[in-house]
Ligand binder design. Structure first.
Ligand SMILES: [Zn+2]
Length: 198
């Protein structure tokens, strides 16, 4: 299992009130910056099948003043199969989250992705906007267990190839708990046992 991998640093306790305030700051004045950062990051994506995704993470770190946050971005990386030997494919969300972890994030109010794709595979999984893949959802579950994400943190998936009913880009914005509830059957029994034992 990869669970230990994410424990880069000690997580300082943050009150539920502060977490709610950080999430409100996303809604009030960080969302547009994050979407822009994710869209720029996508320009660096490498995908042999033109499946390009950008992501941006809003991070609250120790010693940051009130209202101050970091933004980390990432892009997916999946070269031609012939060139993949020894190189792990990476998702945009994972690349961005790893940067937040490496920079001692204390809380993640929001995760944004931008893509013109609507599913990672079969059409049966298609949505208005691309959801995090199963590996990234496992990472999101783990970060929630560690307290770096809350159930109320935001997952916003933007699809800038499609216009929504309001004339803006199609997007799906949910809380972490709302997203995970869509995939509630996929936790492995091993993960459930770990959760039950915790
Ligand atoms: Zn992923």
């Amino acid at each position: 299992m990869v669970l230990e991998f994410y424990r880069h640093h000690e997580i300082l306790p943050i009150s539920p009130e502060d977490k709610a305030r950080f999430i409100q700051d996303y809604k009030n004045n960080k969302k547009a910056d994050l979407i822009t950062a994710a869209a720029f990051a996508r320009d660096n994506a490498v995908s042999y099948r033109n499946f390009k995704v950008g992501a941006a993470i809003m991070s609250k770190e120790p010693n940051q003043a009130s209202g101050e946050y970091s933004i980390y971005s990432g892009h997916n990386y999946k070269p031609e199969p012939a060139e993949q030997e020894g190189i792990a494919k990476r998702c945009a969300e994972k690349m961005a989250l790893e940067q937040a972890l490496a920079n001692h994030t204390n809380f993640i109010p929001a995760i944004i992705s931008v893509s013109d794709k609507i599913s990672t595979g079969s059409d049966s999984q298609a949505h208005d906007a691309l959801h995090p893949c199963n590996e990234c959802r496992a990472m999101i579950r783990q970060l929630k267990k560690e307290g770096l994400l809350s159930g109320e943190s935001i997952i916003c998936n933007v699809n800038d190839s499609r216009l929504g009913r309001d004339g803006n880009w199609a997007e799906e914005e949910r809380t972490v708990d709302e997203l995970l509830s869509l995939y509630s059957g996929e936790e492995t029994s091993e993960e459930n046992q770990i959760a039950a034992a915790a």
